[in-house]
Write a protein that binds this ligand. Structure first.
Ligand SMILES: Nc1ncnc2c1ncn2[C@@H]1O[C@H](COP(=O)(O)OP(=O)(O)O)[C@@H](O)[C@H]1O
Ligand SMILES: [Mg+2]
Length: 222
């Protein structure tokens, strides 16, 4: 959907930020930085990917239409340099990216079924944006090309819930009484000596004074 007038009413603007740049190639990357920082500031970074693609296309077009495209502009070229302006507007449920340049010419998107390599920038904008268009501001010459993106904050992911019917795979452990009896054991005999016993049939060290209840140590005699 396109529009030929400003896509919002001044009273609906919640946030607003803009940047004026010399119309040279580096304006594209600078406007991307500006957009990223502004979206972060507005807690709307989740629309960043689409917003950056749109901004790159619109600013590239603005620089191509009115700017100096050589990598190292000469002094004379810089003297008559135009400006481009990037503006980000925050509405209730959307953001609007506006790019102003000094050319009065309206953008002319190519037909979607055209096979040409070039001329796909505005088609991309058309695909990503809810609406887009251009208008000629009353106060200044030139025109603004704009695109609107819906802002739908992602819902918080709920914690995973356990299936009611799911059975635990953990089995209760039954003590192996026979094994426990073979484990090295130590305790104090009432007379104060320490009994060390290892029931393997090989070692039995007893340092206890008094009677030792061998029956307790022996697995053969439960
Ligand atoms: N800001 C602009 N000012 C004037 N003409 C423009 C502007 N943006 C786009 N156009 C016109 O629309 C055409 C299509 O733009 P686009 O889809 O971005 O393709 P491309 O930039 O590759 O030509 C451009 O070739 C140009 O003629
Ligand atoms: Mg283009």
């Amino acid at each position: 959907m396109t529009g030929q007038s400003r896509p919002y009413r001044p009273q609906d603007v919640r946030f607003f930020d803009q940047l004026s740049l010399a119309a040279v190639r580096s304006a594209v990357s600078t406007s991307r930085h500006f957009l990223r920082l502004t979206l972060f500031k507005w807690q709307a970074a989740f629309v960043e990917d689409d917003a950056l693609l749109i901004t790159s296309e619109l600013v590239t077009n603005a620089v191509t239409a009115t700017g100096v495209l050589t990598d190292h502009p000469t002094w004379g070229e810089l003297e008559k340099l135009n400006l481009v302006q990037v503006r980000l507007v925050g509405l209730r449920d959307s953001i609007v990216i506006e790019v102003w340049d000094a050319s009065p010419e309206a953008p002319t998107p190519m037909q979607a079924d055209d096979d040409a390599e070039d001329g796909r920038g505005l088609l991309l904008v058309q695909q990503l944006a809810e609406r887009w268009g251009s208008y000629r501001p009353r106060a200044v010459s030139g025109k603004v090309v704009w695109a609107e993106l819906a802002v739908r904050p992602p819902r918080p992911t709920p914690l995973p819930r356990r299936e009611k019917s799911a059975r635990s795979t953990i089995r209760p452990v039954r003590p192996d009484v026979g094994f426990l009896r073979r484990v090295p054991t130590g305790w104090r005999w009432p007379s104060g000596g320490l009994l060390m016993a290892r029931h393997t049939g090989m070692t039995r060290a007893v340092r206890a004074r008094g009677r030792v209840p061998l029956g307790v140590l022996s697995p053969d005699r439960p």
